[in-house]
Write a protein that binds this ligand. Structure first.
Ligand code: SAH
Length: 232
């Protein structure tokens, strides 16, 4: 059935539409979480939600690779928009990911940088190209840009503008860059997809609650279409 593909989200809503499609489902409890192994259209998947934030995302991404043997990782979820070109429900793939809350600027370093790290970690080009092909076939619009990650739910126009300017970012969320650090260190090709749930402004909390489920489903459906096309 080929190499195992990790499909990861942060919250249950983000992976439920994918788990619902798995055949031969096997659930393993490990490290205070559940890992769902199964097949979809002839591909072996390991699916899990990490819980919110960079630390949980790091743990889950690492385990999917090191314990469950995944050779590629696809992340599906929702994000706050920075770019005013992005509206609720729009899909964005990350070219690269940075940590907007990583700050040792007191030592003269740029925001998001620590020694031996990178401000912006690029995602796998082949997976991005596959996503663009799938979008084209389905007649869907897929934006591409920098996604900024931090351990904060941003619901503040000033903070959002600062993140946009400092990192040239188009969207923000709380897990992507953690997954990027893990996958790049372990040489595992990875892909981060997000559907917009809010605009990271003063209405973000309300919008998030309203649109989480629908945007999470939009993202998950796209990931399933990609999985179908993988390895073809
Ligand atoms: N309502 C949830 C908390 C959601 S935190 C609860 O009470 O349990 C927001 C989640 O969606 C994170 O996983 C993050 O990756 C993403 N996200 C969506 N909009 C965001 C925003 N404006 N700021 C930060 N993360 C956002």
């Amino acid at each position: 059935m080929g190499q195992k593909i990790a499909v990861m989200g942060a919250m249950p809503e983000e992976i439920e539409p994918i788990i619902a499609k798995l055949e031969n489902l096997k659930v393993t409890e490990y490290a205070a979480n559940k890992y769902y192994e199964g097949s979809y259209r002839g591909k072996s998947l390991v699916v899990a939600y990490s819980k919110i934030g960079k630390v949980f995302a790091t743990l889950t991404a690492t385990l999917m690779i090191e314990r469950f043997g995944c050779k590629q990782l696809l992340f599906s979820g929702v994000a706050g928009a920075i770019s005013d070109q992005l509206k609720v429900g729009d899909l964005i793939i990350a070219d690269g990911l940075c940590q907007h809350d990583l700050d040792i600027t007191a030592f003269g370093h740029p925001y998001g940088y620590v020694p031996e790290g990178e401000v912006c970690i690029p995602t796998d080009k082949k997976l991005r190209e596959l996503a663009k092909r799938v979008a084209k076939e389905k007649g869907l619009i897929l934006k591409e840009g920098i996604i900024a990650t931090g351990d904060q739910f941003v619901a503040n126009a000033e903070r959002k503008a600062w993140i946009g300017e400092t990192f040239n970012a188009d969207a923000l969320e709380m897990e992507g860059a953690a997954v990027a650090v893990v996958c790049s260190a372990l040489n595992v090709p990875f892909f981060i997809l997000r559907a917009i749930s809010d605009a990271a402004d003063m209405d973000a909390g309300f919008d998030f609650d309203t649109f989480l489920e629908s945007s999470a489903k939009t993202s998950a459906d796209f990931i399933l279409s990609m999985v179908e096309e993988m390895g073809k």
